[in-house]
Design a protein around this ligand. Structure first.
Ligand code: AKB
Length: 322
């Protein structure tokens, strides 16, 4: 039975990955680790929780030894927009944290899941049907950390035999925890505003197509990749995965099918627009499909309906959904 550590457990992915891992492997086999943010009640009450600063290698090592960890889902990182505001801190947390996790894993024989991102691509990358292996050249600090992280994970596998695996996540949409500082955050915020105010002011302009995914698919992808047959993995790290690609006005139209009086206008944030314009519109994820059977379950329509139903219940609003 696995013994798992999840760093960044209080974040958007971690807060949903931890309960899924606890359901699968048992609550005593999954240690959720957060740092600055107050942990969600369920993370603390329904299993093991610890506070952990990933820039402190000694602290990671002592958690790994204390709980006899054999697998680390290393999610702790700053997202793209906050990384542009504080590139020095982003390098320290995103690169320093990953390096520490890989070193501790090398010494303690742990497998590592590392989430890369569409942010690992840049303006020179083909934006449509983006190949698995292609020019990357990101021009954001977040992207530079992601592409370096992909390479570092490959290096730790080929040089030291650490079982590193990972995906390139698109923008992730979820109703449990807000993302906090990404370029794709509009696709989450829009739902809160639609349910509570029936209107939203979008910071990306019309026609900005980006890959997206609903959180249940993202969580399943991480677990399935880590459980997949290593002999079938030709890439191991940085698998392109996607579930849908849409522009803001298409997401708004999808919401309007359930909330007809929802309206959206635009005040473009130049920093986040420039980041979005440097990312793929739609990635090719055939390598993930072929090598470990990746298959998304939620498209735009299914995701929109589920998000609206669950957020309406969470926020205690009268539905307004037709
Ligand atoms: C962000 O927008 O920074 C993230 C990502 C796509 O990596 N959601």
């Amino acid at each position: 039975m696995k013994r798992i550590l999840v760093t960044g457990a209080t974040g958007q992915i971690g807060s949903e990955l931890v309960p899924a891992l606890r359901d699968r492997y048992g609550s005593n086999h999954v240690i959720a680790a957060g740092h600055k943010k107050t942990p969600q009640q369920n993370l603390v009450e329904e299993g093991l929780y610890t506070s952990l600063d990933v820039t402190d290698a000694t602290a990671i090592e002592s958690v790994v030894r204390e709980y006899r960890i054999d697998t680390i889902f290393h999610l702790a990182a700053l997202l793209s927009a906050v990384s542009e505001k504080n590139p020095q801190l982003a390098w320290k947390v995103n690169m320093g944290g990953l390096f520490n996790v890989l070193e501790v894993s090398r010494e303690n024989n742990c497998a590592v899941f590392f989430p890369s991102s569409i942010g690992a691509f840049g303006p020179d990358t083909p934006r449509d049907d983006t190949p698995q292996d292609t020019v990357q050249h990101p021009n954001t600090l977040y992207g530079i950390c992601k592409v370096s992280g992909e390479l570092l994970c490959n290096y730790y596998f080929s040089r030291f035999g650490v079982d590193t695996r990972g995906v390139r996540y698109p923008g992730l949409i979820s109703y449990k925890t807000l993302p906090g500082g990404g370029t794709t955050d509009y696709a989450v915020e829009i739902f809160y505003h639609a349910v509570q105010e029936r209107k939203y002011n979008c910071f990306l302009k019309q026609g900005t197509y980006l890959d997206m995914m609903y959180m249940p698919d993202a969580v399943r992808a991480a677990i399935e990749l880590m459980e997949s047959d290593a002999n079938r993995l030709k890439h191991r790290n940085a698998f392109n995965i996607t579930a849908m690609s849409f522009a803001p006005e298409e997401l708004a139209a999808s919401i309007q099918r359930y909330i007809p009086n929802f309206s959206m206008d635009y005040t473009v944030d130049p920093v986040r627009q420039a980041i979005a314009d440097s990312w793929p519109r739609h990635m090719n994820d055939h390598a993930a499909r072929e090598q470990w059977g990746w298959q998304p379950q939620y498209d735009l329509e299914q995701m929109t309906r589920d998000m609206l139903e669950r957020l309406t219940a969470k926020l205690g609003q009268s539905s307004g959904i037709v």
